[in-house]
Design a protein around this ligand. Structure first.
Ligand SMILES: Cc1cc2nc3c(=O)[nH]c(=O)nc-3n(C[C@H](O)[C@H](O)[C@H](O)COP(=O)(O)OP(=O)(O)OC[C@H]3O[C@@H](n4cnc5c(N)ncnc54)[C@H](O)[C@@H]3O)c2cc1C
Length: 508
């Protein structure tokens, strides 16, 4: 039996667990990192945002982790780590399709929305090939001399004075003694399960499930548009260099293209409109969706599934939320505490923001009576943020029936995201802590606007009338005015936004 003693055990070596271990080590703690799998391995959750990049850069600078800094922008990433696969993400691209019809490009872009999040290719955000990025960070953990146990299954957790974890690695029994436990296992939720935490998922309004994989041979949407007289000359960036969304009937599809031309593609289905039918195989369900949308079908005409080997991944509803995110001597990272949906790519940024706050509070309050209250504030913040993300996402699902409605609903997200970015960049006043929440989730006025939007959307039919759509647009445009520093609703070219990024992305 191998006995391991440490200050803090981190369960899960996804990027957030490894990053937490690296920072805690820099802070003088003795961490240990444990994962039941080994790197490299397939993982989903790949599209970063300006906020994610800002936080990653700040963490690298604050905690003297210079080797991580290049990952905060596409240019420096490629210059420094060309072997780590990434994708260029200039912004968010959306294309609206109708069932049974080819996509019809329109000179006024009525069925397109492109929102630039970064101003150049060099400074652009990234899609992370998680197998590569997570393996790189786990390698950094080893490089820093932090004990890292992969292929290790924790079998029992026992809390007394501290924590005692019984585990196995191959046939070797391991016995961990630690003072504090951080759960970064995401959906596996080792601590919530071990403690029998209640499930608060019912508090969410979003009900969606996923069907996804990595493919090669997917036709670029830019090329498809060019071949079909699409007006691509006034796109603010190359539209595939983005989190590209196909907006469908009760569903949407993401496409994230990596620089090896592999594409992460997934369908997100409104579970209430398209409930899971286990009698249909995932591959058949995928093909049925492609057949419904001829232009997307053409994109996938010669596509081949490359990862995970052999099969698409189909999930049950993705929403989950634990009743607690902290307790005596334990804390959950955001993706373990809960998750809403991939729409708006909030996961990586929210996880990084959780890591940033958790390590800072452990540094400040370790072994102090104030730790409990600090953990409680962390939990309150996470849950308010998840609730806000849920509302932003639910508004978009409720808007899938009309693209103008959907566009207006996405503006609620962009208003929160851009304001949060600008606050963080010091361009506008920061609210005092503890109201400095992700995406301005602590801004009472913005929360009221989103609540009001949801009320208005729920009063509409699935196919809203033009008058309802117009009234909703006017409501959102007027309501978000105090947050609208990026000209939302008024681009020079309809639906084409060139300049929403906070001008702070200087990379030294
Ligand atoms: C379909 C889908 C699409 C998404 N798309 C995006 C996106 O485009 N952009 C975005 O920002 N976010 C996205 N997300 C969210 C994103 O996946 C998460 O925010 C991110 O993966 C969180 O990383 P993590 O390191 O906390 O957890 P994970 O990546 O889930 O890592 C968990 C780790 O825990 C380990 N583990 C599991 N069980 C155990 C155990 N019993 N003991 C020890 N270790 C264990 C696993 O092996 C893994 O290494 C998406 C999520 C889903 C479900």
């Amino acid at each position: 039996m191998t006995r391991v003693t440490a200050d803090i055990a981190i369960l899960g070596s996804g990027f957030s667990g490894s990053l937490t271990a690296l920072i805690l080590n820099r802070l003088g703690f003795k961490p240990v990192l444990i994962d039941r799998a080994a790197h490299p391995r397939f993982a989903i959750g790949e599209s970063s945002t300006p906020i994610a990049d800002m936080i990653l850069r700040d963490l690298a600078d604050t905690y003297n982790l210079p080797r991580l800094r290049p990952l905060s922008a596409y240019g420096t990433w490629q210059d420094t780590y060309p072997h780590l696969v990434a994708g260029r993400k200039r912004g968010f691209s959306y294309f609206h399709h109708r069932v049974g019809q080819s996509f019809r490009p329109d000179p006024d872009h009525v069925n397109e929305l492109l929102v630039a999040a970064s101003s150049t290719n060099e400074l652009s955000d990234t899609h992370w090939l998680r197998a590569d990025v997570d393996a790189f960070l786990a390698g950094e953990v080893r490089r820093a001399g932090i004990p890292f146990f992969d292929n290790t299954e924790v079998t029992t957790l026992h809390q007394g004075e501290g924590w005692r974890l019984a585990a196995r690695r191959d046939d070797e029994p391991l016995d961990f003694h630690v003072a504090f436990l951080i759960d970064a296992t995401g959906p596996a939720g080792v601590v919530p399960r071990a403690l029998g935490l209640a499930d608060h998922t019912a508090s969410f309004r979003t009900h969606s499930r996923a069907l996804f994989a990595h493919f090669d041979g997917v036709v670029r949407w830019h090329d498809w548009m060019a071949a079909h007289e699409g007006r691509i000359d006034d796109h603010p960036y190359y539209c595939d260099d983005a989190a590209l969304h196909h907006v469908l009937d009760g569903a949407w599809m993401w496409m994230l293209r990596f620089n090896n031309d592999v594409v992460s593609a997934g369908l997100m289905l409104d579970e209430r409109r398209h409930p899971l039918d286990e009698s249909i195989a995932p591959e058949e369900e995928w093909q049925r969706w492609l057949r419904r949308y001829p232009s997307i079908h053409e994109q996938f005409d010669r596509a081949r599934l490359v990862d995970p080997p052999g099969a698409l991944i189909r999930t049950k509803p993705l929403q989950r939320r634990a009743a607690r995110a902290v307790g005596r001597a334990w804390a959950l990272l955001p993706y373990t505490a809960g998750f809403v949906d991939p729409l708006h790519s909030t996961g990586i940024a929210h996880s990084l923001y959780g890591v940033e706050r958790l390590v800072a509070l452990l540094k400040q309050h370790w072994q102090s009576p104030s730790l409990e209250a600090a953990l409680h504030r962390y939990e309150q913040a996470l849950f308010r943020e998840l609730a806000f993300i849920d509302k932003l996402v639910a508004a978009c699902y409720a808007s899938l029936g009309a693209f103008r409605l959907f566009t207006a609903s996405t503006m609620l997200y962009f208003a929160g995201a851009i304001t949060f970015e600008r606050q963080r960049a010091g361009l506008i006043d920061q609210p005092p802590s503890p109201d400095r929440l992700f995406l301005c989730a602590g801004d009472a006025a913005l929360c009221r606007i989103v609540d009001e939007a949801l009320v208005r959307l729920s009063a509409m039919d699935i196919l809203p009338t033009p008058a309802q759509v117009e009234a909703f647009e006017t409501f959102v445009e007027t309501a978000i005015q105090p947050y609208n520093t990026a000209g939302l609703f008024h681009p020079e070219v309809p639906n084409m936004y060139h300049h929403t990024a906070a001008p702070i992305q200087t990379i030294s």
